[in-house]
Design a protein around this ligand. Structure first.
Ligand code: 5RP
Length: 232
């Protein structure tokens, strides 16, 4: 899709994603994120690989991104089959001044974190609405359904004010690619994201959470609806 056909928000995503193509090098192993911004990037990447005649290996962070990348002719390998990932490109739900993130509204925070924390570099692409002075609001927490009660009480002890189970049609819990469920836990303003990231993961039954503070992004590209980008 051409930028002129996009909504203002999607124009920002498109601009950021387009600027990320400058980081793609021949022979690279590239992590692919998940979500609407990552979808735009995967589409642009497929065109870029063809037009530049370069060869890259991709590792995707969800079944959705795997399917999209493969459908566009990109070479997608299993995470366990690659030795290292040079760069990972993904979107985010919130980015603070220290490039710490909240991610996972697309339901893929666990695989995203595994791939991104082990990548040489993490490049985040986002429209301007994702900027935040302080991380706040809902943090996705992926957990084992069996442990729901323990997880809820653990999150409450850590200060969660509101919790909402991620659902699909008819209020049924939405299942992640890993067969787990997700609760969005709202902690208000998060004073110490690193401490909270670790504390949530210490609750029995929690698989992973969407705070990315232990390893902030290396580069963030924000895109505006007027097509301008800002790199941080
Ligand atoms: C998925 C994610 C996404 O990167 C995040 O939710 C941003 O999504 P979008 O690009 O659709 O705004 O973390 O788990």
């Amino acid at each position: 899709m051409e930028p002129s056909q996009l909504t203002p928000k999607d124009r920002g995503k498109w601009a950021a994603s387009n600027a990320a193509l400058a980081y793609i090098k021949d022979g690279m192993t590239l992590g692919l994120g998940t979500g609407s911004t990552a979808d735009i990037f995967i589409q642009q990447l497929a065109g870029h690989v063809q037009s530049e005649g370069i060869s890259i290996t991709c590792v995707a962070t969800s079944n959705r991104s795997t399917q999209l990348a493969k459908s566009l002719g990109l070479n997608v390998a299993d995470f366990s089959a690659v030795e290292k990932i040079d760069l990972c490109v993904d979107g985010a739900d919130l980015v603070d001044a220290k490039k710490r993130l909240i991610k996972g509204y697309g339901g893929a925070c666990t695989r995203e974190k595994i791939v991104e924390y082990s990548s040489g570099k993490l490049l985040i692409i986002a429209d301007d609405s994702k900027r935040a002075a302080v991380l706040s609001g809902a943090v996705p927490v992926e957990f084992l359904p069996f442990a729901g009660r323990v997880v809820e009480s653990g999150l409450r002890k850590l200060g969660a004010k509101k919790m909402e189970l991620r659902t699909i049609a008819e209020g049924r819990p939405s299942m992640t690619d890993n067969g787990f469920w997700i609760v969005n836990a709202d902690f208000g303003k998060i004073a110490n994201p690193l401490k909270l990231e670790e504390a949530i993961n210490n609750i029995d039954g929690v698989l992973e959470n969407g705070l990315f503070a232990r390893r902030p992004a290396d580069i963030v590209i924000f895109g505006s609806s007027n097509g301008k980008v800002q790199k941080k």
